[in-house]
Design a protein around this ligand. Sequence first.
Ligand code: GDP
Ligand code: GDP
Length: 436
Amino acid sequence: MAQQPTVAIVGRPNVGKSTIFNRIAGDRISIVEDTPGVTRDRIYAHAEWLNQYFNIIDTGGIDIGDEPFLKQITAQAEVAIDEADVIIFMVDGKQGVTSADERVAKILYRSKKPVVLAVNKVDNQELRMNIYDFYSLGFGEPYAISGAHGIGLGDLLDQVVAHFPSESDTEEIDSIRFSLIGRPNVGKSSLVNSILGENRVIVSDVAGTTRDAINTTFDYQDQLFTMVDTAGLRKRGKVYENTERYSVMRAMKAIDDSDVVLMVINAEEGIREQDKRIAGYAHDAGRAIIVVVNKWDTVKKNTHSQHDFEIAFRTEFRYLSYAPIIFVSALTHQRLNQIPALIEEVNANHKQRIASSALNQVISDAIAMTPTPTVKSRRLRIYYATQVAVAPPTIVIFVNDPELMHFSYQRYLENQIRAHFDFKGTPIKILSRHRK
Ligand code: GDP
Ligand code: GDP
């Protein structure tokens, strides 16, 4: 699992951060009204430029509450420094350099992160004359752009991707990457400490760990595991860390960086709305998932308690039927020693490849048991199936008409596949394609 670089946009309000964010992220249009501070519908997205994939953060969407203006932009600049590999510092070409810009610049000087200066709202040639004033901010060449007209973004992005860490800096070690995701207080940090306390932590100069300062690698029975974003789990105190948008963004980023996601639930409180959003993201991202019910020591046990909890969970999360559930306690260390082996197992399933011959046998048996559906007197015909990708396992089924593949029949096929191959812990993607 390769880590993708992260780009953050920072700058005082109303310079056009969210406009540019949406243009770069590109896959969904969000409304930017002509009023300052309109609520942003998202602050974290995937992006691509010339075949380079990265994540992008709009720090303007991290609102730390009723704090004074300077405190807000300071916090946003700190998020950029903490989270990004490259920072886009955005200013307003119509307004010129303001004291708030200088304030942001001062904070950015303190970081060693590369900064690319973007002068937005340069909508015409006349305004181009003004951009030289921005050299005074001390970040070299200002890049003139116009979010409104989509001008200059290519040159800006060329400059941004040029600063991405090179392949050799990010050389992967053969380790399984996992993250602990869940609401505040479910016990993530306690689990991190307990798990690390029981295993041999690798602090040596293994290739790939240098840039990985926020991750921790440990060895369990000759398999390396990398816990993603341990720094984020342990540190407390920065003003923005308690904001919901920041913690959700952080969780999404950790999920993107992981092979296996441990979704931590507090046994005392059960399942909450935020658990669902994050689980949905992990599922859609195609990650392997393990449900960790923590604080099991606090639950009064009778013979049914695990079973009852499991039923409640399965009812709320039907789409996660593949995810195993483990009941643990970070406090008493109950079952913590089973976690690494479980991660290893679901990771192997996530990367499993099944032979086409075996797959097609299962599918033709399935069709024999339950014939394909007919829509308006046209019957779905399945010709051939093949696994085209791993992590998550992705199966393409060639058919006469993909429209005839009903959701329910596809689910039936998935269940049949799962009954014959061990895909515990991993989602499976099934795509129907018209046979050429
Ligand atoms: P943010 O607060 O920095 O995220 O700024 P927004 O993206 O919300 O934009 C603030 C205002 O500037 C909005 O009214 C945008 O329509 C406007 N705006 C954004 N980009 C441009 C541009 O390139 N040219 C002009 N003229 N206006 C822009
Ligand atoms: P995080 O916000 O998810 O990182 O949660 P913490 O690890 O900070 O834990 C929140 C609180 O729950 C702390 O007071 C912990 O001591 C407590 N806690 C964590 N795990 C357990 C557990 O397994 N059992 C009990 N009884 N308390 C726990």
